[in-house]
Write a protein that binds this ligand. Structure first.
Ligand SMILES: NC(=O)c1ccc[n+]([C@@H]2O[C@H](COP(=O)([O-])OP(=O)(O)OC[C@H]3O[C@@H](n4cnc5c(N)ncnc54)[C@H](OP(=O)(O)O)[C@@H]3O)[C@@H](O)[C@H]2O)c1
Length: 279
């Protein structure tokens, strides 16, 4: 177990002015841990925290995650301020709802820039520190849609599936350095995720995919009534890091659990059919 027990831990969390990231920051500060919190708007972060949260152990960092140098500077500022780094949470992300053929090159690159390149920037900056100290924990917030895919979610799934592949390889690469990796796979959570602040839409659509238009409207209307409680989600993530030694994948929510089970069953049936066909 690499989580420090003799001093406050230092966490580096991305995407913190709203949702799960904000809740993580709140709870970590409540525990007395040190938190470097990246956001595109430190004003939005401090407004969201309000004046009842003790922010003496908070380092708010305005960072564009797509900018490798800015990310490296942020990781180094974290070390300078807190004297180390223990846990990295790659949480920032947003959705995109459209059919594959309606998804422009610009939208593809923009989303992958945040959800894949941005994570890679953080990892490149943080891993040498964790490796040298021979311990630490990387938490990559994926989604149940990093494991299974639905019509209209192709770009988001492409980003999260990429994150899962990267994380699985990383976990095996860094285990001998005492670094743990957790892939968090939430189901629907009551954050801002299903608002138009966090779901991007295509500039133009065709009339060939009415089911995707309907699904988009249904999802935007779902905002506020999602099953998962972000307070409990953040608690579960913190608890898995503090205990250490958990499974690679942390499913959050009963819906995520059902979708994951269905995916595993479908994959097993698929593998079995191919196996039989080969003999
Ligand atoms: N809520 C769900 O149902 C759900 C389900 C599965 C997975 N997830 C994943 O959980 C993570 C947290 O999402 P959430 O539910 O807390 O949603 P949220 O309330 O919309 O918060 C998303 C956070 O990501 C950051 N972000 C959004 N767009 C960004 C961009 N273009 N560039 C950089 N940062 C951006 C924001 O940070 P700043 O504005 O502070 O920069 C924001 O704090 C995401 O990775 C999401 O994919 C959510």
């Amino acid at each position: 177990m690499s989580f420090p027990t003799d001093r406050p831990a230092t966490w580096f969390v991305t995407g913190t002015s709203r949702g799960l990231g904000l809740e993580l920051v709140r709870q970590l500060l409540g525990r007395g841990d040190n938190v470097a919190a990246t956001t595109r708007s430190t004003e939005r972060l401090s407004a969201a925290l309000g004046d009842r949260v003790d922010t003496s152990r908070l380092l708010p960092l305005a960072v564009d995650l797509r900018d490798a140098e800015a990310v490296t500077r942020a990781v180094h500022r974290t070390g300078d301020r807190f004297g180390g780094l223990d846990v990295v949470v790659n949480n920032a992300g947003y959705g995109f709802l459209a059919a594959v053929e309606e998804t422009s090159d610009r939208h593809v690159r923009a989303l992958l820039d945040v959800q894949v390149v941005g994570v890679w920037n953080v990892l490149r900056a943080a891993l040498p520190i964790l490796r040298e100290q021979r311990g630490g924990h990387i938490v990559n917030v994926s989604s149940i849609l990093g494991l299974t895919a639905f019509p209209g979610w192709a770009l988001y799934c492409a980003g999260k599936f990429a994150l899962e592949g990267l994380s699985e390889a990383l976990a095996a690469e860094v285990a001998d350095f005492g670094i743990e990796v957790t892939i968090v796979e939430p189901g629907y959570f009551r954050t801002d995720f299903l608002t138009t602040e966090s779901i991007a839409l295509p500039a133009t659509t065709t009339d060939a995919y009415p089911a995707i238009r309907e699904m988009t409207t249904d999802h935007l209307n779902l905002q506020g009534s999602q099953l998962g409680d972000p307070v409990r989600g953040a608690e579960a993530i913190i608890s898995q890091v503090v205990s250490g030694g958990g499974p690679l994948r942390q499913l959050l929510g009963s819906d995520a659990h059902s979708y994951a089970t269905a995916k595993v069953d479908a994959l097993r049936a698929n593998v079995r059919r191919r196996h039989l066909a080969a003999h």
